[in-house]
Every structure is written in C-alpha cells, then in structure tokens.
Design a protein around this ligand. Structure first.
Ligand SMILES: NC(=O)c1ccc[n+]([C@@H]2O[C@H](COP(=O)([O-])OP(=O)(O)OC[C@H]3O[C@@H](n4cnc5c(N)ncnc54)[C@H](O)[C@@H]3O)[C@@H](O)[C@H]2O)c1
Length: 338
C-alpha cells in the first residue's frame, strides 16, 4: 500500500482528493490546508482521512510515502522543496514554480535525494494526447510542420496569476512533447481587461528548432468553451477537440509538389479509437506507480522546468508588448522516450 498526503484542498485539490481516495493500492492518509473551513468539508466527506493545517504533520509522518501539492502557485516551490527535504516523493501541480531557477533547484534536489518529482501536466496523461504522441513517434503524421492550441472559457478569472501562467502550462507541455524538444523563442501578446495588471487573454507563438511554430491562445474571457489542438504533419493532420462529440479526427490532407506543380491532397478522414480513461486518475496512478517502481515520471522535473522557462520568458515578452524573447538552452533536453 502506497501512502499519500494531499496539500491544498481547494477547487482542484478536491478533485485530487476524490481521485486519491479511490485509487487502488493507495491510502490517502492526510489532507492539509491552511483554511480550516476547507478541512471541515473534507472531514465530512472523507472521515477516514486525517486533516491538518500544519504541513509538518505530513512531513514528520514516517509512514507517508508521497505528497500531492495543489496549493496556489507562489507556494509550490517552498512546499515541494520541504517535501523533498523530508524524504517524500512529490507531485506538484502546474506551474511547477514561478521561476526557472527554482524549477532547476527542485529537479536537482529530487535527483540528489532519489525522490520522485512529478509535475501536474494533466494533458500528458490524456489518452488522446498519448494517442497523438504515438502517431507522431511512429511517423504516421510525417514531419510535424506546426501546431496550434486553444484553451478558452468564461472564467475562472484569477487574481493571483494571469491567463498565461494559469492556462498555458498544459499547451506548452503538449507542444514540447509533440515536437520532442523545447522552444528557442517565445512571443506573447496579451490584454488586461478585468484587472489592470492581469492578462485575461494571451496569444503566444513558440518557435522550435527548425522554424517550426506552436501557437497558443488562452483566455478566461471568451464566450466559447474551447479545448483544441490541431497538428499539421507532412503526411496527415490531426484535430483533437475535447468539447466536440467526435474528439479525435485524423485527416489525410496535405499537398504534393512536383517541380513547380502543387496539388492538394484531400484524402480520407478517420476517427481512430483510443484507450479510454480519466486523465486525472491516470495521472494519479502514474505518480503512485513511479513511487513504487522508482521510474521517472513522464512529466518529471525536467519537463516541468522546460515549461516554466517558456512561461517565464513569455511573461517577459508580454511585459515588452510582444517582443520575440529568446529562451536560453537549459541542459535539460526533453526526453523523447517517456
Ligand atoms: N492540472 C490541472 O488541470 C489544474 C486545474 C486547476 C488548477 N490546477 C492547479 O492547482 C493549484 C490549485 O488550484 P485551485 O484552483 O484548486 O486553487 P484554489 O485557490 O481553489 O485552492 C488552493 C488551496 O490551497 C490552500 N493553500 C494555499 N496555500 C497553502 C499552503 N501553503 N499550505 C496548505 N494549503 C494552502 C488554500 O487555502 C486553498 O484551499 C494551482 O496551482 C492550479 O494552477 C491545475
């Protein structure tokens, strides 16, 4: 039995708690939150789980294997570092930290202490994203020319972070995974509408080696609920629309070039099947499996660091009114084999 504790019992933490409480071979032993009111609710729903406002109660429990952190982003670094230092395996929600420097420090610490460090890049565990990754890796799509993503809705409007930091980590993690490496530059334009200092909508362009582009459009002030990824490959194109009845469509579309002659290919459209499963349950299971086996998580500290670096340099671009900002190469090359 793997024992875990949850830190942060807010909106998203509540989903984690429900998931961990039902996970086979796992015991949710503690829930910690600085808000006693949040803990009252948890005690009522899960009377078998111990609750506390003191992080130390979890860190000093020698029977606790791992912690899951779903507190607000500015606390991630400190809570995760304390967890690792106490010998716990750590799963920290996105964004992993607020600076690349802190993300590198956590990654190094986990490596030194031989602890699992995983980041909550939920889409990496989505069965459809995994299916698309396999299509890329098997060559079915050909060379990926470019991709674009939308993450739009009306709400949740946050006061402690902008739409870029709140929503884009998912899209950046997917783009990095599909291209198999990290971008070399980022350009972000945004608009602050609800609050004078917080971007509600951001249009970002990430440039990957070879001039390949990923465009990311995030907003919490939009009439559409949209969760969309479109990948343009040299052999096939893919549309993943998480809000549509048919979520995954593969199109044999493209162009053929013969000398100066260009003809468009309008081949068949297919709707493949994929392994079903709830992304959060798969993500939670992966964390527990990594604790048990010592395997490196798919969304490990290195992948989290690369995402934070894009967020950090994208924020600079936002503040410079949309300048193209180069992202320094970090020694963490994204592993293609995960
Ligand atoms: N992976 C996803 O799809 C996904 C979705 C939503 C949110 N998130 C992430 O989850 C995290 C939490 O988001 P949320 O919407 O639940 O926020 P929230 O504000 O609803 O909840 C945060 C909770 O953390 C508690 N908290 C804050 N600081 C704490 C500390 N130092 N120790 C213990 N508890 C503390 C607060 O009291 C609150 O209950 C954020 O990092 C967010 O980006 C991830």
């Amino acid at each position: 039995m793997t024992t875990v504790g949850m830190i942060g019992a807010g909106r998203w933490g509540g989903n984690w708690i429900r998931t961990l409480a039902q996970l086979p071979g796992t015991q949710l032993r503690w829930v910690c939150d600085v808000s006693p009111a949040s803990l009252d609710k948890i005690r009522h729903q899960f009377p078998q789980v111990q609750t506390t406002t003191r992080l130390e109660d979890l860190l000093e429990d020698p029977t606790l294997d791992g912690i899951v952190i779903a507190t607000i982003a500015p606390t991630h670094f400190d809570v995760a570092r304390r967890g690792l230092q106490a010998g716990k395996h750590v799963m920290v929600e996105k964004p992993m930290t607020l600076t690349t420097k802190d993300a590198v420090e956590l990654t190094d610490l986990a490596q030194r202490l031989h602890r699992v460090l995983m980041v909550g890049h939920l889409l990496e565990y989505h069965p459809i994203i995994r299916h698309i990754r396999k299509m890329v890796e098997s060559g079915e799509l050909g060379d990926v020319h470019y991709l674009y993503q939308q993450r739009l809705n009306l709400g949740t409007i946050r006061a402690d972070e902008n739409a870029w930091w709140s929503l884009a980590p998912h899209d950046i993690s997917v783009a990095n995974r599909i291209f198999g490496e990290a971008p070399i530059s980022v350009q972000c334009r945004g608009q602050n509408i609800v609050n004078a200092s917080i971007a509600d909508v951001v249009f970002a362009t990430l440039e990957y080696p070879g001039g390949r582009l990923a465009h990311v459009h995030v907003s919490w002030l939009d009439p559409n609920k949209s969760r969309k990824l479109v990948v343009i490959g040299s052999r096939k194109m893919v549309i993943f629309d998480d809000t549509a009845a048919t979520k995954l469509v593969v199109l044999d579309k493209g162009f053929e070039k013969s000398g100066d002659l260009i003809t468009l290919r309008q081949g068949e459209t297919t709707t493949p099947t994929w392994d079903h499963g709830e992304p959060l349950a798969l993500e939670a299971q992966h964390f527990v499996d990594c604790i048990r086996t010592g395997a490196r998580p798919i969304s490990d500290g290195e992948a989290g660091t690369l995402v934070v670096s894009v967020l950090e340099y994208g924020q600079r671009s936002l503040e410079q009114g949309g300048a193209v900002v180069a992202i320094p190469a970090f020694n963490a090359a994204l592993r293609k084999s995960a």
